[in-house]
Design a protein around this ligand. Structure first.
Ligand code: FAD
Length: 283
């Protein structure tokens, strides 16, 4: 199918894009187009106008300043496979990026587009929630900094206003004391995951000091698994504790069921994926 007719704007600056978002009723931002264009072609989305932000300079930068990494909204998934960064965050980004769809999708699709689209099984949404990212959104009235916990509201829905442009996402820099792991399960390579787990732990002298454990694909938004985190913190970083964390994770998630798997199956997956993510972090 083909989309319904729409107007097309290609602003060259963020300010121009913000004026268009404020002035053109119902307009949608076009980033990589990997989710929006198929939805338009199926006529699930019928925006009267598209604001293509691909020609705006500077929205695709990754910068590390102080204790933060800023990822520009237009950074392509493909760039994040081998980001120009050091340390554990670079490893985590690289591992997760390679699970986002297929290569042609990664070449076009963007980090900011993925967050704005808010698929509950999207890798970048899980990363943002696990690391307590801050989402930066601009509009003609100013800039908002939105904590990831408040950004994702439900399936395919965020707290972004229709006149706002997501410009960057801020993540904490991880130190050499941080260990990172990620595991997901999908039926075919390149498919969205049925479930996924990210683990970030700070280990000192063999003991876990901080733990951030996030899960995607099991709820309407990515979630932090506080029970699993509590099972790890203060304990030795060893497989017996990963098993305890896996048990906690299985009991605290309340997965939905769909044609791809039952709730019980997803719950079991949580345990297996968490153990794998811990084992990956340890290696
Ligand atoms: C076959 C297939 C498999 C895929 N598999 C995966 C997968 O395994 N994991 C995964 O995470 N994703 C997957 N995707 C989706 C892909 O990652 C998309 O790139 C992503 O969801 C949307 O990013 P985009 O840049 O293409 O955004 P677009 O499609 O351009 O936009 C998506 C939505 O976000 C809004 N938007 C985009 N950018 C901004 C912005 N800066 N500010 C405000 N609003 C904005 C748009 O208006 C639109 O509503 C898959 C896609 C396909 C087609």
């Amino acid at each position: 199918m083909k989309p319904v007719a729409f107007e097309y704007f290609a602003p060259r600056t963020v300010d121009e894009a913000l004026s268009l978002l404020a002035g053109v009723e119902g307009a949608k931002v076009l980033a990589g187009g990997q989710s929006l264009v198929p939805a338009m072609n199926f006529r699930l989305a019928r925006p009267p106008a598209l604001i293509d932000v691909n020609q705006i300079d500077g929205l695709d930068q990754i910068t590390a300043t102080g204790d933060l990494v800023r990822i520009g909204a237009l950074t392509r998934h493909r760039t994040l496979e081998a980001p120009d960064l050091d340390g554990p965050l670079a490893s985590l980004l690289g591992v997760m990026a390679r699970h986002v769809g297929h290569m042609p999708i990664r070449v076009r699709g963007t980090f900011g587009g993925s967050l704005a689209h808010a698929d509950p099984a999207a890798e970048w949404c899980l990363l943002a929630r696990t690391l307590d990212a801050t989402v930066v959104a601009g509009s003609v009235t100013g800039t908002r900094e939105i904590p990831a916990e408040e950004f994702f509201t439900t399936v395919f829905t965020t707290s972004l206003r229709s006149d706002e442009l997501l410009t960057e996402v801020r993540l904490p820099i991880l130190t050499e004391r941080h260990l990172v792991g990620f595991s997901e399960f999908s039926r075919r390579a390149g498919d969205f995951a049925l479930a996924m787990v990210a683990v970030v732990v700070e280990v000192d002298a063999g003991v876990v000091h901080t733990a951030q454990v996030g899960a995607g694909g099991v709820s309407d938004v990515p979630v932090r698994l506080m029970g699993a985190e509590a099972a790890l913190i203060g304990n030795p970083w060893e497989p017996a504790m990963w098993d305890k964390a896996a048990e906690a994770a299985m009991s605290e998630v309340n997965p939905f069921e769909d044609i791809h798997g039952s709730a019980e199956y997803r719950r079991d997956l949580m345990g297996a994926l968490l153990r794998r993510a811990c084992s990956q972090a340890a290696s």
